[in-house]
Design a protein around this ligand. Sequence first.
Ligand code: IFG
Length: 482
Amino acid sequence: MTTLDAHAVVPVPAEVHPEPGVSFQLRPDAAIRSDSASAGAYLAERLRPPTGYPLPLVDAPPAHGIELLRAGAGVHPEEYSLWVDAERVTIRSGTDAGLFYGVQTLLQLLPSTVEAGTVQAGPWTVPGGRIVDRPRYAYRGAMLDVSRHFFGVEVVRRFVDRLSRYKINVLHLHLSDDQGWRLAVDAWPRLATVGGASQVGGGGGGHYSREEYAGLVEYAAARHVTIVPEIDMPGHTNAALSAYPELNADGIAPPPYTGVDVGFSSLSVDKEVTYRFVREVIGEVAALTPGPYIHIGGDEAQSTTPEDYRTFMDRVQPLVTAAGKTVIGWHQIGPAAREPGRIAQYWGSSESPDDDLRAALAQGDRILLSPSNRVYLDMKYDAATPIGLDWAGHIDVRTAYDWDPAEILPAGADVAGVEAPLWTETVETPADIDRLTYPRLPAVAELAWSPQRSRYWPDFRARLAAHEPRWAHLGIEFHPEY
Ligand code: IFG
């Protein structure tokens, strides 16, 4: 990279001001000074292995090195600036999150060998100049469906660590569905032991203990990723119904389900035990979740009459508010009474909004955009993609990238942000996750972070290609054609 504007940073920063003739080269005598202990430690942990330099954390401004300063509270809480001079790189932000994002940008300005786990030859050079950057949307998410196929904490941690490099700040965990219940609930222990014992195809399934879930929350928070847990209801509930006969209208528990159909299950709207179940589950999940949201699903409730659906949603949404959290639901929740701050997650086509979305907009919901023909990561890239589905169409990287979230909804709609779901009916291994997620998730990350005026497919495609060596160092088995 000769000058700063020749960078390959993803997401592309809002402002890049090169200073030709100036460059910074990290030397073995460099030190790090950080007003934020967590940001400083993170930067040191990322730089020491590939450089082999000691990179001590110091209290005074280093003669040569990197400074992370809590200063300059920008217009946006995640805003940061990054200055590159001959002897010093200085990152400033009003928040730890902003410093973390400045560090991600700095790491992407360094050679891709910075992602290697072993000492690499330098030089570790960054061209001079200044970057000022801030996100377009506050909610920049990915969803992992751990119900259809269960993935243990190590896989989820790796998923989080990688997406945080692209300034994604939400992981939505789809914790329950017909095929599996994945989080232990003390008041209803059979949910995990019976409801979590299988998965699509009949494999052993699994679940997170309360402690494992808390560990995931902590791991994600250290990377400024908020966990949004989803307990899908009233549909997509066969796993819960198979664990507790009393939850079923006829008092008979259905067998565990290992297929891939949807829409056949429903909680019993007219049984009081249903509402005790929902209240106690939401209470335990909320107590384990520091983030502001609980997602209650609400999609494909084809075995619940519209009247029952409204009755159910009008009774359970206040339980989320009572637990101190804000409701997120798939956009079918739109017609139901609105709880304060509610977010409707839109998963229809980007070309044709539907009545439920219009109802959500009319109620004043904030909209989280997940148009299935654009960002459903379980869609095949093309007909040759060995895994994935195609009901929403094929999604190549350009399809995932080349749209404007502001154009989907009527003017004035309140867009909370963008989220890319990865449903796992056909996703069985970590390599399957990698193949469908990379490179399309970085495309969505740029869509959610960068100004529309800075986004241009040929430029993005070139920057993306420069990330392949980074993915190779990280062991990401990415999809190679785009
Ligand atoms: N739609 C279902 C998902 C999953 C998906 C697969 C939503 C909100 C199809 N609901 O997307 O459970 O089966 O692409």
